[in-house]
Design a binder for this molecule. Structure first.
Ligand SMILES: Nc1ncnc2c1ncn2[C@@H]1O[C@H](COP(=O)(O)OP(=O)(O)OP(=O)(O)O)[C@@H](O)[C@H]1O
Length: 292
């Protein structure tokens, strides 16, 4: 089956910043969450996916369509929610929806109305009168109402209260129930990635640190505690570690490999799950020390 999104050797540079080379693949039916510190290149990646930035190198395909050659067709297939919500400020929600309806072949007005109602976005209010969170919900409703196959969301939860966040996450899960569709989203909210993502991409300073199925990532990344006397044996599998008296505390990114290679270590290792936030911190820290 054709992948929803295929990125090969993507490169994009600005003065003082280079994204890539970046390669990833998102199969249809799945959600990919993109995380990384400020300035890691998440929005730049998204803008490259949408051909809003000219690529320096590489290739991007959306359901087999080429991001440059088939840009107009891709716009019909992709629902995009940008970081900011650039609408005509003096126009109402209803007018804005009507404006978007004319841009898309598969626009579904009934769906748009239902989503606006569900997200409590008042149709008669002017854009400038909407709160930040309501504007974000309007963007998501407009992105969904043209029945895209791929949703690309740049920090969709920014500014949303917990109730709205819950609704948006539910909407994302409902969207991919049809196994033809897929979602790529960026966020700083690790809990949201933990809840809905099937794949996780970690970027740091433009470099791809990790791109894996979330379950594999969480099976490989563990917090470890073990006797300090075992440090030399375990060290090759550690990303970070510190010694406290006779004990060592560390983080590994290859727990399953460690147990394969050193089955006897299971006797003295105490492994506990790592939250995605701690995984991100350890991966970024290790990359920094690796480069120094
Ligand atoms: N149009 C542009 N011109 C020049 N530099 C840019 C442009 N857009 C982004 N950059 C630079 O690219 C780098 C990555 O920015 P980007 O917005 O992609 O990061 P991000 O991971 O989305 O960050 P954040 O989490 O803060 O939103 C930054 O150093 C930024 O200054």
């Amino acid at each position: 089956m054709t992948a929803a999104l295929q990125v090969q050797n993507l490169k994009k540079s600005f003065p003082g910043f280079t994204l890539g080379p970046l390669s990833l693949e998102l199969p249809a039916g799945y959600i990919m969450g993109c995380i990384g510190p400020n300035g890691a290149g998440k929005s730049t990646t998204i803008k490259c996916l949408l051909n809003l930035f000219h690529l320096d190198d590489g290739e991007i395909r959306v359901y087999g369509l080429d991001s440059r050659r088939d840009e107009l067709e891709i716009r019909q297939v992709v629902g995009y929610v940008a970081e900011t919500h650039p609408y005509y400020q003096d126009m109402t929600v209803a007018w804005t929806a009507g404006f978007y309806a004319r841009l898309y072949r598969r626009w579904d007005d009934g769906l748009c109305r239902r989503l606006l109602e569900k997200f409590n976005v008042p149709r008669d209010r002017k854009i400038k009168e909407l709160s930040k969170g309501t504007r974000a919900k309007l963007s998501l409703a407009l992105a969904l109402a043209h029945r895209p196959r791929l949703l690309i969301l740049d920090e969709p939860m920014a500014g949303l209260d917990p109730v709205a966040r819950h609704d948006v996450l539910q909407e994302m899960l409902a969207f991919i129930q049809d196994e033809e569709r897929a979602i790529f989203f960026s966020t700083h909210l690790m809990e949201d990635v933990e809840k809905v993502a099937d794949y996780v991409v970690v970027l740091n300073e433009g470099r791809l640190l990790l791109c894996q199925e979330k379950d594999d990532l969480l099976a490989d990344w563990k917090r470890l505690a073990f006797p300090a006397s075992r440090l030399e044996e375990v060290k090759p599998w550690l990303k970070t570690w510190q010694q406290e008296g006779g004990r060592c505390l560390g983080v590994t990114g290859s727990y399953r490999h460690l147990l394969q290679q050193r089955p006897e270590a299971a006797r003295y290792l105490e492994a506990s799950p790592l939250k995605l936030e701690d995984l991100l911190l350890a991966a970024v820290r290790q990359e920094k020390t690796g480069r120094n």
